[in-house]
Structures are given as structure tokens and as C-alpha cells.
Design a binder for this molecule. Structure first.
Ligand code: ADP
Ligand code: MG
Length: 554
């Protein structure tokens, strides 16, 4: 037997669990059942993909067994299991991206830690809300020896060989003695377990069987008590049901199961396509951006099923990167169970399906009410705008659902449609300026003449704004024009010509004096209070983009 230490971040999260920051401890069971369900999905897939592998895929199931006297609750599955190395890796450390970020935020804000951690999802560690000791026995499908892991949720855990372990994983919770008298936390009571499974795990597509006692009276009046396993969940795949066959609460639970996000989704999207290529999709737009939305390892949130069989997570063939925050399930009827990521990328039907999913997501966003839309854009706008650069087909649709800060209002964003509606007579372009912050942009000398003349300027402060603004040609026939680039003349031509003549000598002298630094010195009507400013050529990069490229070493 070996004693090992939890990784530092894992220890910190465990502390939060041991001192239970949630009022609702019931959710530990949902986490364990969710893990068991994933493990069953994986073993079935392994069985399909590798017929040689000695895996047992008969009678896949999740079992729950309570022992009132010993005060234990066991959650057992005969799924994929874990090797010893995997136990150390998966249970002893937290590999999830965004962990460091989460812990930093948790340290900063004491009050809403439950909210924050809810967005993250605590998984297996939730066991320590109800147990003061957890034993996990597991054997990886296809391997011979098993592993036993045990911990009290403090700094360390023990690990040893368990040769007789069956395929799959058993988690034995030694329930906290201080909860023994509290019926709210009686996790050995049949009614309690039934209720939790029904509430949180009904849609799980594997049988969740609860060990129950049955008492029978014979004709002679003798009572006999037997125990048996009874399936408690309905096992109906939620995406295959029509909207009126499922409740709002069921959708929300399902969302939690697949997203590990404990806050309710902002919007639910259901699609059913019949015909030559049949599929069902159940998609969710979250209410919060995940912590890793802008990290390189950020995953895409859509799972692929084929005829109810889980095939893969993070299916990049189904959702473009700029919609990576969309979560959900797509179940296709006419694909092979052996389909690979490479095949998916090239499959024409999949491409068609993806196109329809994207259109549906964009049109759903367009139809959101004002309040939901505001939340959506605040959380995901910066990601969605990446689509302006990458998704040529949907550029117009993305422009339509985009919102921008502008000089028109200090706190309200504007749509492009509204901007165009406010354009002055004779204004041909949609003006914008990019920069690091609103105040920098507002105080830029480039802004002066536009302010003085009352022209509205979009204030673009996201990193991605540089990219799309210089590559998207127009909206509604109006070109985008950076006010930091080229000749933006607000006075009439005759006016400028007359003045240029007046200042011709000065301009020649200045051009000569500054010839190593600038291309040309010219008169401009763009300034009102500053004496001079530097502008780029119309085809030049904007200053921010120039800085970005320079930083990237180009
Ligand atoms: P998550 O489910 O979000 O990945 P968890 O903390 O719930 O996080 O679980 C961590 C990992 O441990 C899982 O991703 C899985 O690889 C492994 N694991 C947990 N429970 C089981 C199980 N019953 N069978 C096999 N692997 C499991
Ligand atoms: Mg989990």
C-alpha cells in the first residue's frame, strides 16, 4: 500500500467539499451516477471498436446499494474502469483547464464561491460533502489486476492492488456520522435515493438500479423479506423526445449532466431532421462563459451520438470554433459506430448538418429577448465575433446579431442596424476606432473632428475586433472605415483645396524635415484641438494590429 499526496489544486477543491459550501448535498449522487454513465458509454464504444478486447459489455448498468448499519452507500458500475495510473491521474489531480483561474477567483470573492464552483463542476470530489471516507475499487476493462483507492479527503490518499476487483468501478461512501440523525441527509433511505435519482438522473440512458427490500406475506401469513435490484430511472434519451414529452427541469438536469455547469442554460434548442439523413439535436446556450473560453485548450461542447450510442465529446466537426461554448448532443441515425474524427471532417452529410446547426444557433440568438440577448453578448460576444473572420457564409447573420459600444451611448451597445439608422446625411461609412479601452479611444486625437461634427464612431476594444474590422467589407452596403486610417475628410473638397494652397510652403517644409519618419504631411480637417496627429495609409495596418503582429514576431 502506498500513501500519496493530492496535487495542491485538488487539495484546495477538496477542502471546499469537506467543509461543504453547498446547501444542497444531494448532488453528490448525480455526479457519481454521471461518472458511471460516462464509464458505461466508454466501455460500450470500446467493445464496438475493438472486438478483440476482452471487455464485458453484457448487462451494462449502474447499481446503488445502501447499508443502514454500516452507514455506507455504494455506487457501482461495470463500465470502462481505471488503471492504477489513471486513478492517480484522474482522481488525485485536476487536469481541467481553468482550475488555476477558478481557484484565483475563489480566493478573491468569498461570497459567491458556490456560483463560481458551480460553473466549474466538482465531480467526484462532491463525495466528500457526505462522506468522511471514500473507497474506490476499480478494474479497467480488458486488464487483469484492479486498484483500490481510499481517502478521507484531507491531504493524502492510499492506493493498493485489488486483484479480485470486477470490471468497472465501485465507489463506497462512508457517510458522515454527524448526518446520521438528520433525515434530510439520510442517504441510506430507499425513498431518499429514489427521489434523488428521479430528480437528477432520470434521463441517464443506462439502468440505475437500486437495491430494495421486498416484504411478502404468504397465504399462511408468514412474511418473507427478499432484496432485489429495481431500475429507478426511465432511461429515455431526452433528445429523442418531443418538447412536450419532457419538462423544463429535465432539460436543465440533462444540461448539467453534459456541461458540468450547475447554472441553468440561457436557451435550449431542439432540432429533429427526418429524411435521407436523419438526426436529432439538443443544444444549449449557457448563461455563463466557461473560464477557459479564450484558452488554447478550450474544447467544443457538442457530443456526437450514433443511434443513441455515445461516440465522442468535443465534436469539432459539428460546431465551428467561434460557437465552441454551445453545449449539447447530436444523435445521427445513419453513421457508422466506427466513425472517426477524420472521417467526420470530410463527410458531406456532416457538413450539411453542421451548416444547419450553425444557422439554427444564430437564428436562436437573433430571436432572444432583450435581456437574454444582453447576457449572451456580454458572455460570448467576443467569441462570436471570431466568426466574422472565419465563417464567410454566415458573416451577414453574425453582423446582424452583433452589438458594439459606440459614441452614441456611454452604456448601451448598438446594433449595426441602429447605427446605420442614425447615420447623418451624406455619411457613407460606418466609422470605428479600435484600441485597448473605451477611454483611450474616446480621448484619441482621431476622434476630435468626428465628435465635433456629431458623427457616431464604434468603439472596438476586443482583441478580435482588429481582425474582423479590417477584413469585413461592409454591412448593409456601408463600408467599415477606421478613423485612424487614410484620408477621412469631413470638410468639402473645395474647402480643403483652398486651405492646402494657403499652407503649401509649410507642408513642403514639414514633409522634407520629417521625411525619414513619415510619408507625407498633409492638411486635415479631422482635428479640432490637437495640432497634429499621425495616421496610417488606407491600406496600412491599424496601430493595434501592427502592435499585435510585432508582438507575434512578424
Ligand atoms: P469529470 O467527470 O468532469 O471529468 P470527475 O471528478 O467527476 O470529473 O471525474 C474525473 C475523472 O475520473 C473522469 O473524467 C473519469 O475519467 C474518471 N472517473 C470518475 N469516475 C469514474 C468511473 N466510475 N469509471 C471510470 N472512470 C471514472
Ligand atoms: Mg464527473
Amino acid at each position: 500500500m502506498e500513501t500519496l499526496e493530492f496535487q495542491a489544486e485538488a487539495r484546495q477543491l477538496l477542502q471546499l467539499m469537506v467543509h461543504s459550501i453547498y446547501s444542497n448535498k444531494d448532488i453528490f449522487l448525480r455526479e457519481l451516477i454521471s461518472n458511471a454513465s460516462d464509464a458505461l458509454d466508454k466501455v460500450r464504444l470500446a467493445g464496438f471498436q475493438d472486438k478483440e478486447l476482452a471487455v464485458d459489455t453484457d448487462d451494462l448498468r449502474i447499481e446503488l446499494e445502501a447499508d443502514k448499519d454500516a452507514r455506507t452507500l455504494t455506487v457501482r458500475d461495470n463500465g470502462i474502469g481505471m488503471s492504477r495510473a489513471e486513478v492517480v491521474d484522474l482522481i488525485g489531480t485536476i487536469a481541467k483547464s481553468g482550475t488555476a483561474e477558478l481557484l484565483r477567483k475563489l480566493k478573491e470573492s468569498k461570497e459567491n464561491s458556490a456560483d463560481l464552483i458551480g460553473q466549474f463542476g466538482v465531480g467526484f470530489y462532491a463525495s466528500f460533502m457526505v462522506a468522511d471516507k471514500v473507497t474506490l475499487v476499480t478494474r479497467k476493462a480488458g486488464e487483469t489486476g484492479g486498484t483500490k483507492w481510499e481517502s478521507a479527503g484531507e491531504g493524502t490518499y492510499t492506493i493498493e492492488a485489488a486483484d479480485d476487483a470486477p470490471q468497472g468501478t465501485s465507489v463506497i461512501l462512508h457517510l458522515k456520522p454527524e448526518d446520521a440523525e438528520d433525515h434530510l441527509f439520510d442517504y441510506t433511505a430507499e425513498y431518499k435515493l429514489r427521489e434523488i435519482i428521479r430528480r437528477y438522473s432520470d434521463f441517464i440512458t443506462w439502468p440505475v438500479r437500486l437495491k430494495v427490500e421486498k416484504t411478502e406475506k404468504s397465504e399462511e401469513g408468514e412474511t418473507t423479506t427478499t432484496t432485489e435490484f429495481e431500475t429507478v430511472n426511465s432511461m429515455k434519451a431526452l433528445w429523442a423526445r418531443s418538447k412536450d414529452e419532457a419538462t423544463e427541469e429535465e432539460y436543465k438536469e440533462f444540461y448539467r449532466h453534459i456541461s458540468h455547469d450547475w447554472t441553468d442554460p440561457l436557451e435550449i434548442i431542439q432540432m429533429q431532421a427526418e429524411g435521407t439523413f436523419e438526426y436529432q439535436a439538443l443544444l444549449f446556450i449557457p448563461a455563463h462563459a466557461p473560464l477557459d473560453l479564450f484558452m488554447r485548450e478550450s474544447k467544443r461542447g457538442v457530443q456526437l451520438y450514433v443511434k443513441r450510442v455515445f461516440i465522442m465529446d468535443d465534436c469539432e466537426a459539428l460546431m465551428p470554433e467561434y460557437l465552441r461554448f454551445v453545449k449539447g448532443v447530436v444523435d445521427a441515425q445513419d453513421l457508422s459506430l466506427n466513425v472517426s474524427r477524420e472521417i467526420l471532417q470530410q463527410d458531406r452529410q456532416i457538413q450539411l448538418m453542421r451548416r444547419r446547426l450553425v444557422k439554427k444557433v444564430l437564428s436562436t440568438v437573433k430571436a432572444l429577448d432583450a435581456e437574454k440577448y444582453r447576457t449572451f453578448w456580454q458572455e460570448f460576444g467576443a467569441a462570436v465575433k471570431e466568426g466574422l473572420v472565419n465563417d464567410f457564409d454566415n458573416r451577414d447573420a453574425i453582423l446582424e446579431i452583433s452589438a458594439f459600444a459606440s459614441t452614441n451611448s456611454a452604456d448601451e451597445l448598438t446594433s449595426l442596424k441602429d447605427y446605420v439608422g442614425r447615420m447623418k446625411d451624406g455619411q457613407e461609412h460606418i466609422y470605428y476606432l479600435t484600441g485597448a479601452s473605451r477611454s483611450i479611444i474616446e480621448n484619441s486625437p482621431h476622434m476630435e473632428a468626428f465628435k465635433a461634427k456629431g458623427y457616431e464612431v464604434l468603439i472596438l476594444t476586443d482583441a478580435v475586433d482588429e481582425m474582423w474590422a479590417s477584413s469585413v467589407p461592409e454591412f448593409d452596403g456601408k463600408q467599415f472605415q477606421s478613423i485612424a486610417k487614410g484620408q477621412v475628410d469631413l470638410d468639402s473638397d473645395a474647402d480643403t483645396a483652398a486651405k492646402s494652397e494657403e499652407f503649401a510652403d509649410l507642408l513642403t517644409w514639414m514633409t522634407e524635415a520629417l521625411k525619414d519618419t513619415v510619408k507625407e504631411v498633409r492638411l486635415s480637417s479631422r482635428l479640432t484641438t490637437s495640432p497634429a496627429c499621425i495616421v496610417g495609409d488606407a491600406n496600412d495596418l491599424t496601430p493595434t494590429l501592427e502592435k499585435m503582429y510585432r508582438a507575434m514576431g512578424q
